[in-house]
Structures are given as C-alpha cells and as structure tokens.
Design a protein around this ligand. Structure first.
Ligand code: 5RP
Length: 231
C-alpha cells in the first residue's frame, strides 16, 4: 500500500518511537492515526517475542490492539505505566501539547498522568510556535447542562463550538460531549487556562497536556526522524 507523504511521516515517527518500549513493561497505547502505526508495529514486535501489556486510551485503540495481538491490562490493575506512545494535535517549543481532536483526551490524560515516559509521535505539521495557532482546544463536557458551560465560556471571551458529525453531537467513549474552543491569537497562558477551564462545573477535562511529555518524535515523509527532548 502506498502511503501519502503525511502518513509516511507519521509511520516513521511511530515506528521509531517503539524503540523506547522495553521487554516486560506496561505500555500506554495512544489514539489517532499516528498512534495507530505504533500499535501495529508493537503488535509485530509482540509476535516476535516482545512481552508487554498495553493500556489503551480509547475503545478504538483497544479494538486495534486486540486485533494485532497486544495483551491488555485494565488501568485499575496498574500502579504506573512505563512508557506511552501517543499522538498530538499541536506541540509547542516547551513540548506542551494540545490533544483531543480524536476525542480521546480524557482517557489519554489519565494514562499520561500515570506514565513515566510519555513519547509523542507527530508529523512536522503539528509543531507550532504557540499553542492554539493551528488547532482548537477540545474540552470534554458532561451532556447535562453542556449549553450552560458553552455560554459561560463565551461570556469569558472564548469561542466554543459543539463538536458534531453529520449534524449530530459527537459522543466520547465516556458518553460526554466536546466543545472545540478556538483561540484566534493563540493561547497566552496555557497553565492558567487549564486551571480556569477545569474549574467550570460541567467541564470534565481539557486537551492541554502541560509538562507531561518526555520526548517528541517527529517523522518526515522520507523516513527520517528527529527526537526533541524536554530541556
Ligand atoms: C486523540 C488525540 C490524537 O492523538 C491527536 O488527535 C492526533 O491524531 P492524529 O495522529 O490522527 O493526527 O489526541 O484524542
């Protein structure tokens, strides 16, 4: 199968990141088209004898992991996760992230919070000088009173839009809704925004992943990769 240049870059990043996965470890399995390449590659390594147990970050990733033969473990049964390989929608110079365009931000953030080494895999389009410049910030909200949250965010000067597909609200794996919040000028103070958003009753979690990244693997269409390590 011929891959598009962007998919070739994603695959290169994902497969290179798998070298950080050691035998006998617990591995967080991210969500999205880039993370899928890593899950497939880990499936091949499991067939060759790698012993890992995976913690999927979404129902879709769980299905894929089962399909490619990665043994899974319930998050409730693990104290810590050794390494997680996940994608991102934006990566800034501090390796802070926006995640959640794929709708899995809540489970991804719970898994990231337990992870010793969070490896982010991206193609070069995800690298931004400032968070919010390329992608909206996904905010997961309870269906109960979601419009109250939307109105409150608008009053606070934000620009939220309910995520919909084919005219219907998109539900996350947790049965919640997503407000995609645009920042036309980029996000000025991500730490403050994260705190403020999570203080709004009805907000379950937001897609800012601050200070959680161990390293970012950026793939190129020609198969080259570079790693950016948090300074
Ligand atoms: C899902 C995510 C994804 O990791 C993010 O959207 C990147 O996806 P892709 O690799 O398909 O561009 O955060 O919630």
């Amino acid at each position: 199968m011929t891959l598009s240049p962007q998919d070739a870059a994603k695959k290169a990043a994902a497969e290179a990141a798998c070298k950080h996965v050691r035998d006998g470890t617990i591995v967080g399995l991210g969500t999205g088209s880039t993370a899928d390449f890593a899950v497939r590659h880990l499936g091949e390594r499991v067939k060759e004898g790698l012993r890992i147990r995976g913690v999927p970050t979404s129902l879709k990733t769980e299905r894929l992991a089962r399909e490619v033969g990665i043994p899974l473990v319930d998050l409730n049964e693990v104290e810590a996760i050794d390494v997680t390989i996940d994608g991102a929608d934006e990566v800034d110079p501090k390796l802070d992230l926006i995640k959640g365009l794929g709708g899995a931000l809540l489970r991804e953030k719970i898994v990231a919070s337990l992870t010793a080494r969070q490896v982010i895999v991206v193609d070069p389009s995800k690298i931004v000088p400032k968070l919010g410049t390329r992608s909206p910030l996904p905010v997961e909200v309870l269906p109960f009173g979601w419009a109250v949250v939307e109105r409150r965010l608008r009053k606070e000067g934000h620009h939220p839009t309910l995520r919909q597909k084919e005219g219907k609200p998109v539900l996350t794996d947790n049965g919640n809704l997503v407000l995609d919040v645009r920042f036309p000028e980029g996000i000025a103070d991500a730490a403050r925004l994260e705190r403020d958003l999570n203080n709004v009753p009805g907000v379950v979690e937001n897609g800012l992943f601050l200070g959680m990244t161990w390293r970012v693997v950026v793939g190129e269409a020609d198969g080259r990769v570079r790693e950016i390590v948090r300074g």
